[in-house]
Design a binder for this molecule. Structure first.
Ligand code: FUL
Length: 504
């Protein structure tokens, strides 16, 4: 009599353990691969890794802007020396509201200011060094660029982040443990005096300080401080939340996996810890062409959600140079960048460098607004949403909500057909997965009915948060999306078809 009871209790306990493990595994932005896992197990595990809440918020921004501004703006250089006289910093007409107004009109949702670049000059009146705006003639040393940009961003309802260069060519303590303390003090000022900070951007550059020494950066200590003071801020590039896409061209990979192998995650360090996310920068080669294919993940020890940020400048340089006023990127270049960054499962970080006046130059403003008008034109009308023939339950694809989805759970290939009463002219495809469920789609194609058979309009590999594809203009009254490969049930969040009249 007691035996079956205890067996049942054991079974119940066992299934509880299993369910609770599954439940937490699904909320995590990392997973460990066991030596006993088969390739199929690894693929399933990869499909269940999801973004942390802060990674999700960041991904949804799509468009963010960089402001490279500092002593280099006044010396006409890209990299300073650390020996510049702070007296050189003297914007004649600094207007952070104008910066924010321009980028906001262009659809930018968050900005990042170079609070300190490699030259060590601080754009806020820090207590850690005299090498700052406090020693400049601007506003008689009473100014604070960080505050002005933070306040203008808050007023406009867009996010605000800081770039704080670990490399500091000016600090006399650079190259010693005291520098890590100084850096903690600088971070503390930035993270406590300016309200909410949404992103902290650490550059990987590590050169020599004024005494010729290099520094060992205490990154893990800095991450812990940021988590404590600004728990919702993403830590980018030399950080655990967001990786550099690997190029400064603005064009990401065609196949862009947000789930990638990490070499340095240790189950022992995380075991027994209720953590839902990792707290260190994943290591491994994050710059090669193929980061997360089946071939890559099958050799991994751990997999982590580590999405790509695509940074590029609207001009050749990162800082403002008058000689580049005529070299601001064209509308076509910016539009191509949008398709190849946001449209390739990345977040675009577009640099618009304020000039010596402390304003966004007219040429950049014009380019930003023209670009916005072009994008608005292309995406004005989702012709897929207007289809008269649609699968049942497909409402979630057209509700402009990336948290709702259509689960394509009837096996592969999964086909979604749309039809219209009159033929439609189309040349842009937009797809989204509900990444709260993970990134799953590995290959898809779009087909159209040519009157006697199905022809391929375009093909793609990964989707992730967003995939945009342009293709040769077709006119058809029936089209179908065919998902041919996926790591688990595809959860499609949106399906868009558009006509860009400027495109052949
Ligand atoms: C690089 C820096 O050296 C450049 O000056 C610029 O800040 C770019 C965004 O990152 O590593």
């Amino acid at each position: 009599m007691t035996k079956p009871n205890s067996l049942m209790a054991f079974a119940r306990f066992f299934s509880f353990l299993l369910i609770s493990q599954l439940a937490t595994a699904q909320d995590r932005n990392y997973v460990f691969i066991d030596s006993t896992d088969t390739e199929a197990d690894i693929v399933r595990k990869a499909a269940q890794v999801v973004p942390s809440p802060r990674q999700l918020r960041w991904q949804q921004l799509e468009l963010t802007a960089f402001f490279h501004f500092g002593i280099n703006t006044f010396t006409n250089r890209e990299w300073g020396t650390g020996k510049e006289d702070p007296q050189l910093f003297n914007p004649s007409d600094l207007d952070a509201r104008q910066w924010i107004s321009v980028v906001k009109k262009a659809g930018i949702r968050q900005v990042i200011l170079t609070a300190k670049h490699h030259d060590g000059f601080c754009l806020w009146p820090t207590k850690t060094t005299r090498h700052s705006v406090a020693s400049s003639p601007w506003k008689n040393g009473q100014g604070d660029v960080v505050r002005e940009v933070a306040e203008a961003s808050r007023e406009a309802g867009i996010g605000f982040g800081v770039y704080l260069s670990p490399w500091d060519m000016n600090s006399p303590v650079y190259g010693s443990e005291a520098y890590n303390d100084l850096f903690v003090a600088q971070l503390t000022e930035l993270l406590t005096q300016y309200g909410r900070i949404d992103e902290v951007w650490f550059d990987g550059a590590n050169g020599e300080g004024p005494n010729g020494k290099k520094q060992e950066y205490d990154f893990n200590r800095w991450y812990a401080l940021i988590r404590k003071l600004q728990p919702t801020a993403t830590i980018a590039i030399m950080g655990p939340d967001v990786r550099w896409v690997g190029t400064e061209s603005g064009h990401g990979r065609e196949t862009e996996w947000s789930v990638v192998p990490a070499d340095n995650l240790d189950p022992a360090a995380i075991a027994g810890n209720s953590q839902q996310e990792i707290d260190r920068k994943p290591t491994g080669d994050m710059q090669q062409q193929d980061l997360g294919s089946r071939g890559k993940i099958k050799k991994a020890k751990a997999l982590v959600w580590y999405p790509a940020e695509t940074d590029v400048s609207i001009r050749p340089g990162w800082f403002y140079h008058a000689a580049e006023d005529s070299r601001v990127k064209s509308n076509q270049e910016l539009t191509d960048i949008y398709f190849n960054s946001v449209g390739r499962n990345g977040v675009l970080l577009l640099n618009i460098p304020p000039d010596k006046r402390g304003r966004i130059h007219e040429a950049d403003e014009k380019a930003m607004l023209a670009w916005k008008a072009t994008l608005d034109g292309i995406f004005a009308r989702n012709l897929a949403a207007a289809a008269t023939g649609k699968p049942k339950n497909s409402k979630a694809l057209f509700d402009d909500n990336d948290a709702s989805h259509l689960a394509l759970d009837k096996g592969l290939p999964a086909t979604l057909e749309l039809s219209w009463k009159t033929p439609q002219t189309l040349n842009v495809l937009a797809l989204q997965e509900n990444i709260r469920k993970g990134q799953r789609v590995e290959a898809f194609r779009l087909e159209y009915w040519n009157g006697s058979g199905w022809e391929t309009a375009t093909t793609g590999t990964t989707i992730g948060y967003k995939r945009l594809l342009r293709f040769k203009t077709i006119t058809a009254s029936r089209i179908r999306l065919v998902i041919t490969e996926a790591r688990d049930t595809p959860y499609l969040a949106s399906f868009g078809l558009y006509h860009d009249s400027r495109q052949p």
